[in-house]
Design a binder for this molecule. Structure first.
Ligand SMILES: Nc1ncnc2c1ncn2[C@@H]1O[C@H](COP(=O)(O)OP(=O)(O)OP(=O)(O)O)[C@@H](O)[C@H]1O
Length: 240
């Protein structure tokens, strides 16, 4: 049976006085891909921000590996094994691919660093060809791969990804999403993604959530969510 690694219960959250999430219950299982979809402004990013500790939590609880982390600051959560890749990534365009990877692993000692870089290159063989190139010269898809590689430098237990396929061509969206499936299948990586390319993400996910106006409207089999009437209405323009 799969084990819950993140568990959010009855969460009310937002930013200061601005309330965004209402009574959200959410969980992610170890070794799985959990997909969060929903229209613009539904609160998807806010859910990731709450898990990471960068939104205001009014009530409810967040557990990570059965520990209550609701009030812990970001750096503590990151040390515990949560890695967050925000929507527009965080690569340094003027540095080489290798330098970007090294910066992301700055807390590792030299041996760990070298070992981890070779792990990442095994996961993303294409990056090998680009090691000495400035990250700014990479294509959109290659940059996303680098950003994911950077987030994996510290061997996170959970990778939280916010809309990493935005602005990519359809073929490249497929490549990036397939890479996530490969990270799960070959390395057991636990991943939580917020995705605009909802259909494609749900097709490879293990569990899906539909957030609308700050509330969970569906939780369960991601392929069933594709035929949920609200999903069709919001994403496919089908009115019933
Ligand atoms: N830092 C912030 N301070 C105040 N309000 C914010 C902040 N970030 C987001 N919001 C607001 O919170 C609401 C939910 O935003 P959120 O980014 O969580 O939605 P989303 O579902 O991720 O949307 P999108 O798909 O457009 O990224 C929006 O009304 C947004 O304007």
């Amino acid at each position: 049976m799969s084990k819950k690694i993140i568990e959010v219960k009855n969460l009310y959250a937002g930013y200061g006085k601005f309330k965004v999430l209402f009574n959200v219950n959410f969980s992610a299982n170890s070794g799985e891909i959990t997909v969060i979809v929903g229209p613009n402004g539904a609160g998807k990013t806010t859910l990731l921000n709450s898990i990471m500790g960068i939104a205001t939590i009014y009530s409810g609880s967040i557990k990570f590996e059965d520990m209550d982390v609701t009030k812990l600051p970001v750096y503590r959560k990151s040390r515990m094994g949560l890695a967050y890749l925000p929507q527009y990534g965080n690569i340094a365009a003027g540095l080489t691919v290798e330098e970007n990877l090294r910066i992301s692993g700055y807390l590792l000692n030299q041996d760990e660093m070298d070992g981890r870089i070779s792990d990442i290159l095994e996961m993303f063989p294409k990056l090998k060809e680009f090691l000495k190139r400035k990250a700014g010269t990479l294509s959109g898809g290659e940059r996303r791969m680098l950003a994911i590689g950077m987030a994996l430098m510290r061997k996170p237990k959970v990778l939280l990804l916010d809309e990493i396929t935005t602005d990519l061509a359809p073929l490249v969206v497929n490549q990036v999403l397939s890479k996530l499936a490969e990270l799960r299948d070959s390395f057991g990586q636990t991943i939580v993604i917020v995705e605009q390319n909802a259909k494609k993400a749900l097709e490879l996910g293990d569990k899906g959530y539909l957030l609308v106006s700050g509330e969970v409207r569906y939780e369960g089999d991601p392929r069933e969510l594709l035929s949920h009437p609200q999903f069709s209405r919001l994403y496919l323009g089908i009115l019933r």
